[in-house]
Design a protein. Structure first.
Length: 304
């Protein structure tokens, strides 16, 4: 059988560990030439090491695949552009980008530092923009290409102590949709994946109470390898008609996630005053208000 990504060139950011590693391994197994990008930082973005990316490249080569390591940070425009250049320098083209790189600096909102907010935005949201923007010109010229960006239910639904992460991840949804709209005419696709999987970043979740310990134990059952098949599919020509979508993946479940649309409306022919908004509009709309749900409230059943 022909492999799904035969001879395609794929960049995977944050590919040294966890979900990114599994994506890189599967893409290579499906015939892709892979740029394994990872500066080898800790989960909070500190430090650096060449080892994670090099180890993944070594593993791909052992399995008969083709890959090259790249250690640039996505958090600055010029280094991020060099990730894309690495693909063209080594393999002569680029067919797909997976924006997976990320860090966490969790803190309840009123205690969150400006630096912690900006650092997370830079890696997740600006990093996704920088890498995608560098690749977009290539995709435009060749009139083909696929972006897969990583979002999270922390942004799509909500979570405690993650204002920086949630803002970045919901911003990525808007970025992906805009890319899909702007580049559809050039046969370029852009989709989001929201993963449920155990990783170093999820490993920062508190485990002080019995409920927290039970929650983490459930998440630990969800290996990062479960995320990779959907990503590999979205990068392939088999997904040529799939763009502008958000998919959540949890163990063996795949969810198509909703996007903001009007739920209900009220009108008043003579217009509104603050008093009539209070008396009429809000009571009429209140039944459709969203609760302050967290991801665990919405996905309240065990993974399948």
């Amino acid at each position: 059988m022909t492999k799904l990504l035969q001879d395609k060139v794929i960049v995977v950011t944050g590919a040294g560990r966890g979900i990114g590693r599994e994506i890189a391994l599967l893409c290579a197994a499906e015939g892709a030439k892979v740029v394994v990008n990872d500066p080898g930082v800790a989960s909070d973005g500190s430090g650096s090491s060449a080892a994670p990316a090099e180890e993944v490249v070594e593993e791909i080569k052992k399995r008969g695949g083709t890959a090259v390591a790249n250690f640039e940070s996505v958090a600055e425009a010029i280094p991020a552009s060099r990730i894309v250049k690495s693909a063209t320098d080594h393999f002569g083209r680029l067919d797909g980008v997976v924006n997976n790189a990320g860090i966490l600096r969790d803190m309840i909102f009123h205690k969150m530092s400006v630096e912690a907010f900006e650092a997370v935005i830079k890696v997740h949201l600006l990093g996704s923009f920088y890498v995608s923007h560098a690749a977009a010109r290539l995709f435009r010229e060749q009139e083909s290409g696929s972006f897969v960006h990583f979002t999270s239910t922390s942004g799509l639904v909500g979570n405690f102590g993650q204002a920086n992460y949630a803002a970045a991840k919901l911003g990525i949804v808007g970025l992906s949709k805009s890319i899909a709209l702007d580049m559809n005419r050039f046969n370029v696709r852009s989709n989001c994946v929201s993963p449920f999987a155990w990783s170093r970043m999820i490993g920062t979740i508190p485990t002080e109470t019995e409920a927290e310990k039970a929650r983490v134990a459930k998440i630990q059952q969800m290996g990062p390898e479960k995320i990779a098949p959907v990503v590999a599919y979205l990068l392939s020509d088999a997904a040529k008609d799939v763009t502008g979508q958000i998919f959540a993946v949890r163990m063996n479940e795949i969810f198509l996630m909703g996007q903001s649309r009007p739920l209900r409306s009220v009108h008043r022919g003579e217009g509104w005053t603050p008093a009539t908004v209070a008396e009429h509009a809000m009571p009429a709309l209140k039944a459709s208000f969203y609760k302050l749900d967290r991801s665990a409230d919405v996905f309240g059943w065990d993974p399948v």
